[in-house]
Design a protein around this ligand. Structure first.
Ligand code: RP5
Length: 175
């Protein structure tokens, strides 16, 4: 196995059901990953160490997920020059998800976090692969294949719907 290119971190293991979607799509696209828990509030020293060492360890992108008072993505972004993709998680300490979204999205000038939708870890994985794919032809080709498969699924479901009518539920399209 070669060195991980994308680091997936989350504030708590309770974020894993959401964050595993980033891991799954990145593995499908052939991107080497590492996955771990780094809490901004409960392990601040570990967060500083992770952010400071990430680039030197060879990571190219960090995906950081957290919920509620979600400070992990922004704090990590403040300590690295790597692109950071933030995943707001609708966690048990989140009121309605907006707290997670806004605390990751509304970063001050100079410290961007590319924030995806609430629980949007799959898109975070795809975005990370696209960043890697801008410099890596194999990943770029894998992404092209993935996007083709999305197109085919839509066309298949359109055909099925047109042929069988809207009452037939077996249109076989999942997100
Ligand atoms: C955040 O608090 C974590 O990222 C998680 O989304 C949330 C709840 O954490 P647990 O209490 O489940 O560990 O920091």
């Amino acid at each position: 196995m070669s060195k991980p290119q994308v680091g997936i971190i989350m504030g708590s293991q309770s974020d894993l059901p959401v964050m595993s979607e980033a891991a799954e799509i990145l593995e499908e696209l052939g991107v080497e990953i590492e996955v771990t828990v780094v809490s901004a509030h409960r392990t601040p020293e570990r967060m500083v160490e992770y952010a400071n060492e990430a680039a030197d360890r060879g990571l190219k992108v960090i995906i950081a997920g957290a919920g509620g008072a979600a400070h992990l993505p922004g704090m990590v972004a403040s300590m690295t020059t790597l692109p950071v993709i933030g995943v707001p998680v609708k966690s048990r300490n989140s009121i309605d998800g907006w707290d997670s979204v806004l605390s990751i999205l509304q970063m001050p000038g100079g410290i961007p976090v590319a924030t995806v939708a609430l629980d949007g870890a799959k898109n975070a994985g795809i975005l990370a692969a696209e960043i890697i794919g801008a410099f890596d032809k194999k990943i770029s080709a894998n992404l092209k294949g993935y996007k083709e498969s999305l197109k085919e699924k839509v066309l298949e479901s359109a055909k099925s719907l047109e042929e069988n009518g809207w009452k037939a539920k077996k249109i076989g399209f999942t997100k």
